[in-house]
Design a protein around this ligand. Structure first.
Ligand SMILES: [Zn+2]
Length: 224
């Protein structure tokens, strides 16, 4: 089982083929998803026939015992959320195995994609890749593709989620205010506040703008 540890606004623009999407809207929902997901596995009880005198059958049962928890591979954007997810699963009795890049990605006893999707996209060429779509990143690029080339998504400043060109054609799209993904979740009051903020941003350039607090990359690199 391969689990995408990221949230829905990330998984909807790209995932590894065949991965399970827990459909979380925030990482804090992940532990309860795990509890729910693997409780079902826990309830599977072994039919132990006490009258069985077949030793090989008994042995088989014993060998199968540790398989109660399935093999799980996890990945996230840069590997950090997997560290948290890993320690949670370890606390639930899972055994840790590092998931090495360029090994048999989805078949081995695997646990955690080191360096995350970003390292994978950087190193694995598109032709050999199991990745579909784009990877949402928390910087100005919004999304990246293979080779870490900037992707096609833009950001909705209303919800900080990625939007496609098609999203921006939708009637729910209003620059700086809402997109099809957040339109129905925002009250008229919130939209009005966002419009005011957007007007302020257009007038002053910086206040509350999307680039607030961003470092000048030229400056910070020259210091080092
Ligand atoms: Zn939005």
């Amino acid at each position: 089982m391969v689990i995408d540890v990221r949230n829905t606004y990330e998984t909807r623009i790209g995932t590894f083929r065949g991965a399970v999407d827990p459909s979380t809207t925030a990482f804090r929902e992940f532990p309860s998803w795990v509890d729910h997901q693997f409780q079902l596995v826990k309830m599977e009880s072994h039919q132990s026939d006490s009258t069985a005198d077949n030793i090989s059958e008994l042995k088989e049962t014993q060998i199968q015992e540790p398989k109660r928890l399935p093999r799980v591979a996890m990945y996230c954007t840069g590997g950090i959320r997997c560290e948290k997810a890993s320690s949670f699963l370890l606390s639930k009795g899972f055994k840790e195995v590092r998931w090495k890049l360029n090994s048999d990605h989805f078949k081995g006893l695997v646990y955690h994609l080191e360096g995350g999707i970003l390292k994978y996209l950087e190193e694995v060429p598109r032709a050999e890749s199991l990745w579909d779509g784009e990877c949402f990143v928390f910087d100005k690029r919004v999304s990246v593709e293979h080779g870490l080339v900037q992707g096609t998504y833009k950001l909705c400043y209303g919800c900080k989620q990625p939007v496609s060109d098609a999203d921006m054609e939708a009637p729910e799209w209003e620059h700086g205010v809402s997109c099809p993904h957040c339109f129905s979740m925002k009250s008229d009051e919130e939209k009005e506040r966002a419009r005011a903020r957007q007007r302020q941003f257009q007038a002053w350039g910086i206040i509350g703008g999307p680039d607030k607090g961003r470092r000048d990359p030229a400056k910070s690199s020259s210091k080092q």
